[in-house]
Write a new protein. Structure first.
Length: 367
């Protein structure tokens, strides 16, 4: 009898312990999984901390994993997060098409998939897209370069550069830039110096994706500093002094802009250059202050991160995030809410970067 009673008490203790342990496990379960492309660029490290801080403040658990430019690792990261029981996946794909299988894996597990900054293509397993208006980013580059050209002049030297062909945003950026630059290429205001494909298509306002791919294939930087610098140096080596002098450079982001700017600045036949960028990285803001980069597009990632978090929280609470636009990914029209952009030059750098609190003044010299 005593033995039976002891066994009963022991069993009850085990049940209570199991319930407590299970409760603890549930509390520690990761609710939001975040997969970012690389920890080798400042932008994504900043995003990591912003995501973790904001979600913790909102009372939700999160984990960030990096794919390090590898689509296979990206999928493995998603598998690991799904195994941890996430309810929402926020993913910035390394390769928009390759990431489809990772999104589908998550979707099959009942996870809401938010494509962050870059669109996952060719799958219906994307619930929401958080992005800046990439077309408008490219258009802003074109408008800036056109605004710097002396009125009525012809034959101004234009160099085109693009992001990675595996990134859908590269096409949207290029499409936006082309919408502004193409008429000025067609009428002779600009002469493209580093893409015979762009020259062949100069009279066509609306390019197909395949036509854009042909040009991007020639001018891609792969979002890589070293690739950008090597390509710029090769472009400069391939042309004569007439194709230098004053040049106008459409660069796809701040990291590649600095690399390309360094290459052009080192060429004795380049007398002056105007160059675009995006992301408002600290190093590029310093370049703008120093006159080594002409402009950047500030995509306030604080707002982008907030939009992604708001969408995730909406899903966690059983509701839907706001929608103001859709983007076709080749399989479905993905709901989205594009975040506005800001143009930053020497003229407004203090207002938009320092006074807005985006970066502190002590990060820079010469303000």
């Amino acid at each position: 009898m005593k033995l039976r009673k002891a066994l009963l008490i022991f069993t009850l203790i085990l049940i209570v312990f199991s319930m407590v342990f299970t409760g603890c496990q549930k509390k520690e379960q990761t609710q939001v999984g975040i997969v970012l492309p690389t920890k080798d660029e400042p932008r994504w490290i900043q995003d990591q901390q912003r995501f973790l801080d904001a979600l913790k403040s909102a009372g939700f658990s999160a984990k960030v994993l990096f794919s390090q430019g590898d689509s296979a690792k990206e999928k493995a990261n998603v598998e690991a997060l799904v195994a941890e029981g996430i309810k929402v996946l926020i993913i910035c794909p390394q390769d928009g098409t390759a990431a489809a299988s990772a999104a589908e894996l998550a979707h099959k597990a009942g996870v809401k998939v938010i494509s962050y900054d870059r669109l996952i293509r060719d799958t219906d397993a994307v619930d929401y897209y958080v992005t800046f208006d990439s077309f408008q980013v490219g258009a802003a580059w074109g408008e800036y370069l056109v605004s710097q050209v002396p009125a009525g002049t012809k034959g101004n030297n234009l160099y085109l550069y693009a992001g990675a062909a595996s990134d859908n945003n590269s096409f949207l950026f290029f499409e936006g830039a082309w919408s502004v630059l193409q008429p000025k290429i067609a009428d002779g205001t600009f002469v493209v110096r580093n893409s015979d494909k762009a020259i062949a298509l100069k009279d066509k306002a609306n390019l197909t994706r395949d036509e854009m791919a042909q040009i991007i294939g020639q001018v891609t930087t792969n979002w890589n500093f070293n690739d950008a610098k090597s390509k710029a140096e090769a472009n400069l080596t391939a042309v004569d002094a007439k194709a230098k002098g004053t040049v106008y450079i459409c660069a796809p982001n701040d990291g590649t802009a600095r690399a390309i700017a360094d290459a052009f600045a080192a060429d004795k036949d380049v007398k002056k250059y105007y160059i675009t960028g995006q992301d408002a990285e600290i190093a590029s803001i310093q370049y703008i202050i120093d006159g080594k980069q002409s402009m950047t597009v500030l995509k306030d990632v604080r707002i982008l991160v907030k939009d992604a978090i708001d969408a995730a929280i909406a899903y966690l609470k059983g509701s839907e995030p706001p929608v103001t636009k859709t983007y076709n990914n080749g399989k479905k029209d993905v709901p989205a809410k594009p975040t506005p952009i800001i143009i930053v030059t020497q003229d407004n750098v203090k207002k938009e970067i320092i006074d807005s609190g985006y970066w502190p003044a002590d990060k820079f010299t010469g303000l």
